[in-house]
Design a protein around this ligand. Structure first.
Ligand code: AMP
Ligand code: MG
Length: 489
């Protein structure tokens, strides 16, 4: 069902509503008092085919606030389950509303979702609302991830609602408009496997394949191929996270997409000093989702996905388990291959040599020992400007860099080519936690969005190495307390 609703450029479909009814709940709207557009992504609006000039209008803001739906929309909340810190629960969109899927002129079909739009049948005890700070935070980090070339949901708009929400204190409410390849999660499959029939599970799998993997639609073993593809995309994604020091913070199975996009920016943050044990989230007391645990946790989540698919893989359960296990067992090697390929690029290496793994390992061990900043160390190597860390004054580093330079000389590439490879793989800027906090404080406390705008501008092309970006590369002032993030609900 396509609605050519030209008003503002919406061109919405609601294919999700063709799934069996247990996959969603249609919603009544929960209008907010006095919505105001506080941040808006013009470039993304253009890509979506929206009329960015009119999007500041009252009619458009009413849509971003969930007060009114564009023609053709059937607002719905999606049902899903998920393992939260290892424990399985029924979840679902407790504070989100799917407006529909926008069909773009380039043929993409993208979910438009409001986050913080009010209670749904899946809200459990929650109020269905979100605070301004965390919604702006998701905006900043998701757009920074996009700038880094990492698959991610994107942020189209943030409106303040004019209403307060109650958390530990009273906070200004807000709604984020999120754009995603889809919101189908590992947890959506877990929900189908746990509470649906085999037909429901198959309907979800067929829908997912049609939407994300159309090239396997006609294949007889398409459900096995679906598993293989999702494993591949997640291995590639998590390798990309590791290569820039991104810590998701809450890798529950409901926060892992089937599309391979990063989703649900809650307590996430970027690592400064290299330490695999780094955890920022205040609720992750055991370090389950620490930086160094992200790759194996990805495997754990994918195993839950594989389990959900078992009834579709083979009639005989033992055969199905064997098939699934054969795929899952490839995940860690796949991940390592992506990671190693990425690390080689970070060191300017085009070809492969046996010694590369140990060269990389030695560097990381030294970085850990000297608490060297992850981003700035690779930036220093790129520019051959060795300052800003004690690491660079050690003989261990001199020995290592001699070995590295020798290794570089072994390849048939100019030093310019290898430096360019490094520049394209080592961001000069990342969203440093203190910079993100500074931008959020200015916006939330003073209504000043310029700090956020400048930050986003610096983050939009992190591989530029422009002089204006320099100030965003500096480290946070040393403080007694470690940086902590909160779930942002
Ligand atoms: P998250 O930790 O953001 O991935 O959310 C986990 C679950 O809690 C999801 O089902 C959310 O929809 C739900 N949730 C989070 N915040 C709220 C809220 N304020 N009201 C209702 N449900 C919420
Ligand atoms: Mg979530």
């Amino acid at each position: 069902m396509i609605n050519n609703n030209n008003e503002l450029g919406w061109n919405l479909e609601i294919s999700y509503a063709q799934l069996p009814e247990k996959f969603y709940a249609t919603l009544e709207l929960n209008p907010v008092k006095s919505p105001e557009l506080v941040y808006f992504n013009e470039e993304l609006a253009k890509n979506l085919g929206l009329d960015s000039e009119k999007l500041n209008s009252e009619a458009a803001v009413e849509v971003f606030a969930g007060n009114r739906m564009p023609k053709g929309s059937i607002p719905l909340a999606q049902a899903y389950g998920g393992h939260q810190f290892g424990h399985f629960n029924m979840l679902g969109d407790g504070r989100a509303l799917l407006v529909g899927e926008q069909l773009t002129s380039s043929g993409e079909c993208l979910d438009i979702q409001l986050k913080g739009s009010g209670r749904t049948p899946f809200s459990r005890g929650g109020d269905g609302r979100a605070a301004l700070g965390p919604m702006l935070r998701e905006y900043i980090i998701s757009e920074a991830m996009y700038g880094l070339g990492i698959p991610t949901t994107r942020s189209l708009a943030v409106v303040s609602t004019g209403e307060s929400i109650i958390r530990e204190t009273e906070l200004p409410g807000a709604i984020l408009t999120r754009v995603a390849a889809s919101h189908i999660r590992v947890g959506t499959f877990q929900y189908a496997a746990r509470w649906g029939t085999i037909d429901d599970l198959q309907a979800l799998a067929d829908y997912t394949i049609k939407r994300h993997f159309p090239e396997i639609e006609e294949k007889e073993d398409r459900y096995l191929l679906l598993l293989r593809e999702v494993i591949n995309r997640q291995a590639a994604l998590i390798a990309k996270w590791q290569l820039v020091g991104f810590i998701h913070g809450v890798m529950n199975t409901d926060n892992m997409t089937i599309s391979g996009e990063t989703i649900d920016y809650g307590p996430c943050a970027f690592m400064n000093s290299y330490d695999p044990a780094t955890v920022f989230s205040s609720i992750d007391r055991q370090g389950r989702y620490a930086y160094g645990n992200q790759p194996p946790i990805g495997g754990w989540n994918l195993t839950r996905f594989a389990e959900s698919l078992l009834p579709l893989l083979h009639e005989d359960q033992d055969e199905a388990v064997d098939l699934a296990q054969a795929e899952i067992s490839k995940y860690m090697d796949l991940y390592n291959d992506y990671w190693l390929q990425g690390m080689r690029a970070k060191l300017g290496l085009f070809n492969e040599e046996k010694e590369d793994s140990s060269l990389i390992k030695e560097l990381l061990e030294m970085m850990e020992q000297y608490s060297a900043d992850f981003t700035n160390t690779f930036k220093a190597l790129t520019l051959r400007q060795y300052n800003g860390s004690n690491l660079f004054n050690t003989t261990a580093f001199s020995d290592w860099s001699r070995k590295w330079e020798e290794r570089l000389e072994k390849q048939q590439k100019t030093s310019e080519a290898s430096q360019e490879l490094m520049r394209n793989n080592n961001p000069a800027v990342i969203p440093r936690n203190h910079r993100v906090e500074e931008a959020l404080a200015a916006a939330v406390e003073d209504g000043d969005y310029d700090v956020m705008k400048r930050l986003l501008n610096a983050l939009s092309n992190p591989f530029e190495y422009a002089a204006e970006q320099e100030e965003y590369a500096s480290l946070p002032p040393k403080s007694a307390k470690p940086y902590r993030t909160f779930c942002g609900t």
